[in-house]
Design a protein around this ligand. Structure first.
Ligand SMILES: [Zn+2]
Length: 411
């Protein structure tokens, strides 16, 4: 179908063709068009331009977005949105002074989620995930990555990944699945770490590969979880099954996660609450994208990823919600942007680029989304009123998105 959106007050994120990632100081710019139109055919943008140059075509349907402001659909490159239950009782424990690691050691945290997930049916998981995805879409997210990692046995990890596969089929948005069997050592393998790693490499990965259930491979490489050596073994096995790494690294310390991620050609290394000169030097020698998750720092009281230092070094930075029941129960990337500005000292333009074009790059989808550029999907948000870009992170706790379009269709 041929569509043209006309009378748009402003279109943000009209990156020129070929600009597929923004590094360092380039992140501070968001190109825009005023008094503009946007044309698409079968959900793909064919043209953007100024209204003064617009000529109506006979075979296209016109949708007037009179006076509206548009931003590209937001891209959430790191979520755990398939889960069985919220963990607000642990929230209480933490308020009373217990650390995330202490709660995990007491059988809470990820293992608590695993216990509940194993007892929950695929149907129930799917229905609950649908509700969360609708909520995210209402807040402007049109592309999302979803991880497994609350199953921690073969049947339950496959169950999670099948739920994600159904979500891919059910929703118009782009969804990518990441296998995170190495999220934690399950209770039954506490005395046999090597045994659990073998279960992942010898049983889970071949089964996932056979059904084509994952796009990426993740490992929680950190203190108390998986060592860099164990991570190397796991990533090697994942690569043999065609799964490129995107890993959890340096959330709890300078634990070598960035280095092992880069060594195995990771598309992204996510978290980096702890990130020093060695990590920055390592990233500069690579194509691996650092991803900050400010919602987690906010919710757990952790340090914030030093994104200013990363950008000053000339690196690209992406941001994601890390939406999950334990450490970041917030699904809104508008809130992520606000935290980035107030806590990480990012400019609003840098924050928007970090949840659009650079986030798309962190999913290897930057040729299809992340900016409103001809050749990409017509995924965009119509904003409420006439806000400046800075109003989104400034006026926090408010949903600034009025309507969401995915491939040119209003959702
Ligand atoms: Zn995570």
């Amino acid at each position: 179908m041929n569509l043209v959106f006309t009378n748009i007050n402003r279109i943000y994120g009209t990156q020129p063709n070929g600009r597929h990632i923004l590094k360092g100081t380039d992140m501070a710019e968001v190109p825009f068009l005023d008094h503009a139109y946007l044309r698409c055919r079968d959900g793909i943008i064919t043209e953007t331009g100024l209204m003064q140059d617009w000529v109506a075509k006979e075979d296209e349907q016109q949708v007037s977005l009179e006076g509206k402001w548009l931003i590209p659909g937001l891209v959430d490159s790191h979520t755990h949105l398939v889960f069985a239950a919220a963990r607000e009782e642990e929230f209480r424990m933490r308020i009373s002074g217990k650390s995330y690691e202490e709660i995990a050691a007491a059988g809470g945290g990820i293992l608590n989620s695993a216990l509940k997930l194993r007892q929950t049916s695929e149907e129930q998981l799917f229905e609950d995930a649908c509700v969360r995805l609708h909520l995210m879409m209402a807040h402007g997210t049109t592309t999302v990555e979803i991880k497994s990692g609350y199953g921690l046995d073969t049947a339950s990890e496959l169950k999670m990944l099948r739920v994600i596969k159904r979500l891919k089929e059910h929703f118009p948005m782009q969804i990518r699945a990441t296998f995170l069997g190495a999220h934690a050592i399950p209770a039954e393998f506490r005395q046999d770490r090597a045994g659990y790693i073998r279960l992942i490499t010898d049983e889970m990965l071949p089964a996932i590969h056979a059904e084509g259930l994952a796009d990426f491979m993740d490992v929680f490489c950190d203190r108390g979880f998986f060592s860099p050596e164990e991570t190397a073994t796991l990533l090697e096995a994942g690569l043999r099954c065609g799964l490129r790494p995107k890993i959890h690294a340096n959330e709890l310390g300078l634990t070598g996660g960035v280095q092992v991620g880069v060594q195995f050609g990771a598309l992204s290394v996510d978290h980096l609450e702890h990130c020093g000169p060695d990590e920055i030097a390592c990233l500069l020698e690579s194509h691996t994208i650092p991803v900050g998750l400010p919602g987690t720092s906010y919710f757990l009281g952790l340090p914030y990823t030093p994104v200013r230092a990363l950008m000053d070094a000339g690196l690209p930075v992406a941001l994601a919600s890390d939406f999950n029941p334990g450490s970041s129960p917030g699904p809104s990337l508008q809130m992520t942007m606000s935290l980035a500005c107030t806590q990480m000292k990012m400019l609003p333009e840098e924050a928007l680029n970090a949840v659009t074009l650079n986030a798309a790059a962190a999913l290897d989808l930057n040729d299809t989304c992340g900016s409103l550029t001809p050749g990409k999907r017509a995924d965009f948000c119509v904003l409420k009123g006439n806000p400046s870009l800075a109003l989104i992170p400034y006026h926090f706790g408010v949903n600034h998105v009025e309507e969401v379009y995915v491939q040119g269709v209003r959702c």
